[in-house]
Design a protein around this ligand. Structure first.
Ligand code: F6R
Length: 606
């Protein structure tokens, strides 16, 4: 949440800052701003709303300078107005910040008593005044920053520039990510390596509590105790081109269509072409693991819930699953020798990271399924089994979800094989079925016009229900989440068997009900629920295979046919029509698909 960028260079910096912010806009888009040093003085431009507003403003009121900082905001403290937009500044410093300063009220009171006048409602402005106060007491910028950072409670990544110091940019991280980029005669800070992709591929990741003095030709990194430390420089494979929309109208659509390729890439690291599992060596023995705990937020938690079914059914291994924001405070007892699987696209979600740390404190081995290899979650884990989805920019997660499913199924198979819970034959069948998934998804994508037709009807609904059973129940919740976050239509996902325990009261002729009902062992049960909805005048939308649609016997409002596949891999396949349905419904409603209101891609605050 919130994207920050900082550049200490020798070229005009404004266009580079705006370009960096464009790559970070997925983190928040309530307002944006940049500040530079011009003749030793701080100057800034800020604008409410999306980054384009700032870019337009800069055309009329350009900002010169070769060193500066930039910010794209997801509002926490204070409305998304220009006054609350970052950078926040005094005559001495300008600051951009990602995170929340929890003790900002006390600090603000203290500073106001000393005569500081605040211009915004934000927690961030406190940092600018605090540092300025220490500067007024005669400290150097480095001393003032170091002492101020120690007084801040909460989570932050910051970038700071100082009036009169043309060659000094300071960055710091605690709880929120910050990457340091090495260029030739110029240096960079960014919330992630993506922001810096066109500028450099040489990236160091600050560790928890680090702060850094960034000069044009070097960086001096300090740890939380101010000791000078080295952090490894990684060569990233990211390029600026990887995050373009290509021929697609939206990132989300591009990412939906990338799924066959990225699922294939992910599988190629986990299974051989002749259907043999080639998982990395685990830092524990599946045979002696008493219980697996799976944690994630939102879509990642729904992938985890599918994982629970797989681990329990295939490996006969008990699984506890919880959303991270609950788990982190639940004080759950965890068994000795247990394994915690942490699922996250960004690898930076604050609640998930906190839940990981709790599990660690309970002696659990941590296995991360993440999409960003150098993320905080990846670095805090005992082993990472990555999803190779590539950068996911659309706020609504699509390809990250299906690649998470691919990894979780392979992990469950690994556990099942080690524990002897599955025959080699059955294991091979499932892997073979997984190998067919990219081609089968392509077939679903070729039929997208069916979903487009349906989406026009769904866009007129006020509420939509999604129903599924077994492996398809988590997908019902995922379908509802996708629809609500980008089309703003209220939707709920339910296990179909729960329908008679409450939600059936909602059924009338205005209520579309999407059933995910493949011809599997639970088909007949769900087909009865379909009848019950149809009998009450509900608009039934059936997503099934051809046989399931033909055998249903109820009056259907619409149906979407999906290829037949082994039951074990169906969640990967059925994910695609529900993603397309959400996407085209949002298009029909005219909402901003890639940047839906109030949301941000990477939730780095609680
Ligand atoms: C929904 C969505 C979110 C994320 C959640 C966790 O489409 O994208 O629900 O899944 O915020 O994010 P990560 O996976 O980055 O931890």
């Amino acid at each position: 949440m919130c994207g920050i960028v900082g550049i200490n260079g020798s070229r005009p910096v404004s266009p580079l800052l705006v370009d960096g912010l464009r790559r970070l806009e997925y983190r928040g888009y309530d307002s944006a701003g940049i500040a530079t040093l011009v003749g030793g003085q701080i100057d800034a431009r800020r604008a409410e709303g999306k980054l384009d507003r700032l870019a337009e403003k800069l055309v009329g009121e350009p900002l010169s300078g070769t060193m500066g900082i930039g910010h794209t905001r997801w509002a926490t403290h204070g409305k998304p107005t220009e006054a609350n937009a970052h950078p926040h500044r005094t005559d001495k410093v300008a600051v951009v910040h990602n995170g929340i300063i929890e003790n900002y009220r006390e600090l603000r009171n203290e500073l106001e008593k000393k005569g500081c006048v605040f211009a915004s409602e934000t927690d961030t402005e406190t940092i600018a005044h605090l540092i300025s106060d220490y500067l007024r007491q005669g400290m150097s910028p480095q001393e003032a920053a170091a002492i101020s950072l120690k007084r801040l409670e909460g989570a932050f990544a910051v970038a700071i520039i100082f009036a009169g110091h043309e060659d000094l940019l300071i960055g710091a991280r605690r709880g929120s990510p910050l990457a340091l980029g090495y260029g030739d005669g110029e240096m960079f800070l960014g919330s992630d390596a993506l922001a810096l992709a066109p500028l450099t591929n040489r990236i160091a990741y600050l560790e928890e509590g680090d702060w850094v003095e960034v000069y044009k030709d070097k960086a001096i990194i300090h740890d939380a105790g101010d000791k000078i430390v080295e952090r490894k420089i990684h060569i990233t494979a990211l390029s600026g081109a990887m995050i373009g929309k290509g021929q697609y109208r939206h990132f989300m659509l591009k990412e939906i269509f990338e799924q066959p390729a990225v699922i294939g890439d992910t599988l190629s690291t986990l299974v051989t072409p002749d259907d043999i599992l080639t998982m990395p060596q685990m830092p524990f023995d599946w045979k002696t693991v008493p219980r697996v705990t799976i944690i994630g937020c939102g879509t990642a938690s729904y992938a985890g819930l599918v994982g629970k079914y797989w681990f329990e059914q295939l490996a006969r291994l008990p699984v506890e699953i919880d959303i991270a924001s609950e788990f982190r405070y639940r004080e759950a007892p965890m068994p000795a020798g247990g394994v915690t699987i942490v699922v996250s696209q960004s690898g930076e979600t604050a609640d998930t990271l906190a839940a990981l740390n709790y599990a660690k404190s309970q002696g659990q081995k941590i296995l991360a399924v993440v999409n960003v290899p150098q993320s905080s979650i990846a670095r805090a884990s005992d082993i990472v089994v990555p999803t190779l989805a590539g950068p996911e920019i659309g706020v609504a997660s699509t390809k990250a979800y299906t690649t998470q499913l691919a990894v979780l199924l392979c992990l469950a198979l690994d556990a099942a094989q080690t524990r002897g819970g599955i025959t080699p034959q059955r294991s091979k069948e499932i892997i073979h079925a997984l190998h067919q998934i990219p081609a089968q998804i392509n077939a679903v994508l070729r039929d997208e016009h069916h979903v487009q037709e349906l989406a026009h009807h769904i866009s007129e609904a006020r509420d939509v229900l999604y129903m599924g059973r077994g492996l398809l129940f988590p997908l019902a919740m995922e379908g509802a989440l996708k629809l609500k976050e980008i089309s703003y239509i209220h939707a709920e996902g339910y296990p179909a068997g729960e329908m008679k325990h409450g939600p059936i009261a909602l059924i009338d002729e205005n209520m579309p009900v999407v059933f995910l009902a493949p011809s599997d062992n639970l088909y007949e049960k769900t087909a009865s629920n379909v009848q019950e909805v149809a009998a009450r005048g509900g608009k039934v939308i059936l997503i099934s295979d051809k046989m399931g649609i033909a055998n249903c016997g109820a009056k259907l409002f619409h149906s979407i046919a999906v290829p037949t596949a082994d039951n074990a891999v169906l969640p990967l396949l059925y994910a695609v029509p529900i993603q397309l349905l959400a996407y085209y419904t949002a298009i029909a409603k005219g909402t901003d698909v890639d940047m839906p209101r109030n949301l941000a891609k990477s939730v780095t605050v609680e």
